[in-house]
Design a protein around this ligand. Structure first.
Ligand code: FMN
Length: 206
């Protein structure tokens, strides 16, 4: 199997579930993930998804999804650790996903601030010409948000807004999360079965 090494950053926008479903798919698929949580990324995971204050992300993922998760490798780095391997372009990484991406972190990436490990790793990902995928979540967008989205797109990032589709007939929150996680995997060229691609004849009753 062609195992990939990806950086997954979780920031303080609503929708931590998207990150959990992406991590589940990558780890069950045997991939290596280097994860960074911002302070509010962790807050939102606790508030929305049931991560406890004393639990590590990997403990939580095993509790949610079982031992299958341990097929892959998860390293967790602190937001302030600018000496982490993923802060350097010399380390082999296949891409980075910021999911969900807050407007604050979007701004830091758009302006090349590099003051946290998330911003620095995103900056490195862009300078090395590797795939950078942002999953922004805010509503409504103001002009500053829109300008920052344009700036990161011009710099080479791909944007998958946290906008699940309803033509998949989602039944659960996990279905909604898997749709976004699957679209991220599509852009990374990683095979998955998180949703069924649209098939005109089978889904429409005429
Ligand atoms: C419960 C909660 C939900 C939030 N949801 C969003 C959101 O959807 N989008 C956003 O841009 N900021 C949201 N915020 C605000 C960010 O968490 C805040 O701007 C923070 O500074 C982001 O920092 P970070 O990017 O380092 O995680 C939320 C905050 C809280 C407490």
């Amino acid at each position: 199997m062609n195992s990939k090494h990806l950086i997954i950053a979780i920031t303080g926008a609503s929708g931590g579930l998207y990150a959990l479903r992406l991590l589940r798919a990558l780890l069950i698929g045997g991939h290596h993930v280097s994860v960074v949580l911002s302070k509010f990324g962790r807050y939102v995971l606790q508030d929305e998804t049931g991560l406890t204050a004393s639990e590590s992300l990997s403990e939580f993922l095993v509790r949610l999804y079982g031992e299958e998760i341990t097929r892959g490798k998860l390293d967790e780095y602190k937001l302030g650790d600018l000496t982490a391997p993923i802060a350097s372009g010399s380390v082999r990484v296949d891409g980075m996903v910021v999911i969900p991406c807050s407007m604050k972190t979007l701004s830091g990436i758009a302006h090349g601030t590099s003051s946290t490990l998330i911003e620095r790793a995103a900056d490195v990902t862009l300078k090395e010409g590797r795939p950078l995928i942002l999953v922004p979540r805010e509503t409504p967008f103001n002009l500053i948000h829109l300008r920052n989205l344009l700036a990161v797109a011009e710099a080479g990032a791909r944007i998958i807004p946290a906008m699940p589709a309803f033509y998949q007939k989602p039944r659960t929150f996990d279905d909604l999360g898997d749709f976004i996680a699957g679209r991220v995997l599509n852009l990374l060229g990683i095979e998955h079965h998180l949703f069924t691609p649209w098939k005109d004849e089978e889904t429409l009753e005429r």
